[in-house]
Ligand binder design. Structure first.
Ligand code: SAH
Ligand code: MG
Length: 204
């Protein structure tokens, strides 16, 4: 269960994850976390990391969460998901790392959440640890989302859970890249588990 402090901190954190999707993500973390560690691509300010980190705490594993903290294309100025509060005034570049750190601290999850600061494909090139659960929520451009799937999905253990965020079947509801990743996962043999809002989960 997500405890009261975690829920309060997750709700207050900046991010893109409604409660019902966060709780479904937590379930995916509990499920996959029983067989191995959790890994998230796209930490942003730690909101989804609290739901997953809470699951890691509950089952005695850890969440690795990767982000360069410079924002995706869609988080930059002039784009829909831009937030001027996360811009470093010194450089004018985005920096969500201080927000992420505070969220995980406030949630009491520093013992269960390992922030990995870097570019997802670069980290992936050196990664070898099998995963119980993988959550893909990094850049949503077609090549970026596809690269994340191709690099990280092979690490999901048999019986493990893959979660994909921002899956919209209809173009009028949102970008199509995460939906294409979901289709790809299905054709690669992942079986569908749940769909809550734009969050889809599948089992290897
Ligand atoms: N999961 C978060 C939201 C993530 S937003 C939540 O629900 O609260 C997407 C994040 O992906 C951004 O913080 C951005 O910096 C990160 N990102 C985009 N491309 C990346 C890449 N190639 N490597 C690492 N992080 C990346
Ligand atoms: Mg998202």
């Amino acid at each position: 269960m997500v405890n009261d402090v975690e829920l309060k901190v997750a709700r207050a954190a900046k991010g893109f994850m409604p409660d019902d999707e966060g709780l479904a993500l937590h379930e995916a973390g509990l499920d996959g976390g029983r067989i191995g560690p959790l890994l998230e691509i796209g930490s942003y300010c730690g909101k989804s990391g609290v739901y997953l980190g809470s699951a890691a705490r509950a089952v005695g594993t850890v969440l690795f969460t990767i982000d360069h903290h410079r924002g995706s294309e869609e988080n930059q100025a002039e784009w829909e998901h831009h937030d001027t509060e996360v811009v470093d005034p010194r450089t004018g570049r985005m920096d969500t790392l201080p927000f992420f750190r505070r969220t995980i601290e406030d949630a009491g999850l520093e013992g269960f959440v390992v922030g990995v600061l870097g570019d997802s494909p670069t980290v992936g090139r050196y990664w070898t640890t099998p995963l119980g659960s993988l959550f893909i929520d990094g850049g949503h451009a077609e090549q970026v989302a596809t690269a994340d799937y191709e690099i990280w999905a092979p690490h999901v253990m048999s019986g493990g859970v893959l979660a994909i965020h921002d899956v919209f079947e209809r173009p009028e509801d949102g970008g199509q890249a995460p939906f294409h990743v979901w289709q790809r996962a299905v054709s690669d043999g992942f079986t569908t588990l749940t769909a809550v809002g734009s969050l889809r989960t599948l089992r290897r």
